[in-house]
Design a protein around this ligand. Structure first.
Ligand SMILES: [Zn+2]
Length: 472
């Protein structure tokens, strides 16, 4: 066991330490280290040194595990299970937030606007200060949300796209028989066999090429909304099945049929598995919704304008453009001829929005739009987005764990990133950052250098010290 070589007293005066003893996660070899709280701590080291194993797989994982233990059993189902890190003990550990992670299952509905909560402010702006066409009653903020039934476009249910499932997509090779998996969109393994066996019971020929089946039969198999439940004789040939049905033999089980399109749409809407969703999506052809033109909202919501644009168009603007649009409103200049009440509401909300949008543009994210879906963001973009959002929160006493937040950031925007990190620290939080960027290392109050160079020695030694001790 090796202990960290502590360098001379630090200047940041941390109020305490997270004391890690005997960390052995992944490639760490019994590492002991004291990490200061209320400081900007950078975990560095060559690739494979174990810096992420220490920051994420040990410190963050243990904080998550303790949080998990503290919540009621029914709530645990909603949280991703975390393993127990391989470590003897960790003392002085506050709750931790990892900024690079998506919370819960990443969904297509998670967007820059929803993650930053800017969208809810924009909805309030349209509700309170939008200009309504004659005859249109005032709408509530919720009426501008595509994720709520009252706001969602009735045709695409707020997705902005409509999906078509065609025979050509589901049966790419009509020369195959049903037994040869002509219906490519069917589930794999047992469930696919089950559907085939049900068709045998129902009297369909599963051994002739798909294209030779009558159209009426093909349409029923693919597009029916009926879900008949019938006896299934697993492992029987079609002839044996007919015989068993005639003699009313005890079936293996009762099976329920689902049409191929019904299965695809149901799975796409309800599955929690990103992999399943991706699998069925290949049988769906998407196009912009003709009713809302991809703007996801009801006609009523889209009839309300602010500064000449509807909320769908506003959500497509880049954050830099949005700031331009808001600036005169926030300054109290009114080109829209609003009532006094509306003008004051518009000014107040616009000031609030502008301040938060500016933080995002300073962090080099001015090119993003509110509607941009977060699963399409890079890790660096997502972390800076969530960092900016945390600046507005009142949390303190938390460890924020980041993984190369400067990745993909233009060097000119680096200063804003440090300012953001410093502000979170000043609010009483700890920043644990895995990073090999030299500038970030120079800014650190404390450096944890994990592992000497040779890969065979990785994670064996752990050096900690204030940044003054680090070669520049
Ligand atoms: Zn629509």
């Amino acid at each position: 066991m090796t202990s960290p070589r502590n360098m001379p007293p630090i200047t940041a005066h941390p109020t305490g330490f997270v004391r890690v003893r005997g960390a052995r996660e992944h490639n760490l070899r019994n590492v002991d280290v004291d990490i200061p709280r209320d400081a900007l701590v950078v975990f560095t080291g060559v690739s494979g040194s174990g810096k992420s194993s220490l920051a994420f797989s040990t410190v963050y994982a243990e904080a998550q595990r303790r949080y998990f233990e503290s919540v009621a059993p029914y709530a645990r189902r909603l949280i991703d299970q975390v393993g127990v890190p391989d470590v003897d003990s960790i003392e002085g550990l506050p709750p931790a937030v990892a900024l690079q992670q998506q919370r819960g299952t990443p969904s297509a509905r998670s967007s820059v606007g929803s993650v930053t909560t800017l969208s809810s402010l924009v909805r309030m702006l349209y509700s309170r200060a939008g200009s309504y066409p004659p005859g249109q009653a005032m709408l509530y903020a919720e009426d501008f949300s595509p994720n709520l039934p009252q706001g969602a476009c009735p045709q695409c249910h707020g997705l902005g796209r409509v999906y078509e499932v065609t025979e050509a997509l589901m049966v790419p090779d009509p020369s195959l028989t049903i037994r040869q998996r002509a219906v490519a969109s069917w589930p794999l393994a047992w469930q696919g066999q089950n559907l085939r066996d049900i068709l045998v019971t129902l009297g369909y020929d599963v051994d002739i090429p798909w294209r030779d089946l009558p159209k009426k039969q093909r349409d029923w198999i693919l597009f029916t909304e009926e879900t008949p439940t019938v006896p299934v004789y697993a492992g029987f040939t079609p002839a044996q099945t007919r015989d068993a049905l005639k003699r009313k033999l005890e079936p293996s089980y009762q099976g329920t049929f689902s049409g191929a399109r019904r299965y695809i749409l149901h799975t796409f809407t309800h599955t929690q598995s990103a992999l399943m969703k991706k699998r069925v999506a290949q049988f769906m052809q998407g196009s912009a919704c003709p009713l809302c033109e991809g703007k996801r909202l009801t006609k009523a919501a889209l009839s309300v304008k602010f500064a000449g644009v509807d909320i769908g168009e506003l959500s497509q603007l880049s954050l830099a453009q949005l700031a331009e649009l808001l600036r005169p409103v926030a300054a109290g200049q009114d080109k829209m001829k609003l009532s006094v009440e509306k003008r004051l509401a518009a000014q107040r909300i616009a000031q609030d929005l502008l301040e938060r949008v500016s933080t995002l543009t300073e962090l080099g994210l001015g090119y993003l739009s509110l509607e941009r879906s977060t699963p399409t963001l890079s890790s660096g973009e997502l972390q800076r987005l969530r960092l900016a959002t945390q600046l507005g929160s009142q949390l303190f006493g938390v460890i924020y764990v980041l993984d190369e937040p400067s990745a993909g950031l233009h060097p000119a925007d680096g200063e804003a990133l440090f300012t953001a990190l410093e502000r979170l620290k000043a609010a009483g939080n700890s920043l644990f950052v895995v990073e090999h960027d030299l500038e970030t290392m120079r800014r650190a109050d404390w450096l944890i250098d994990v592992g000497p160079a040779p890969a065979s020695m990785a994670g064996k030694c752990c050096t900690a010290g204030r940044r003054r001790g680090v070669a520049r």
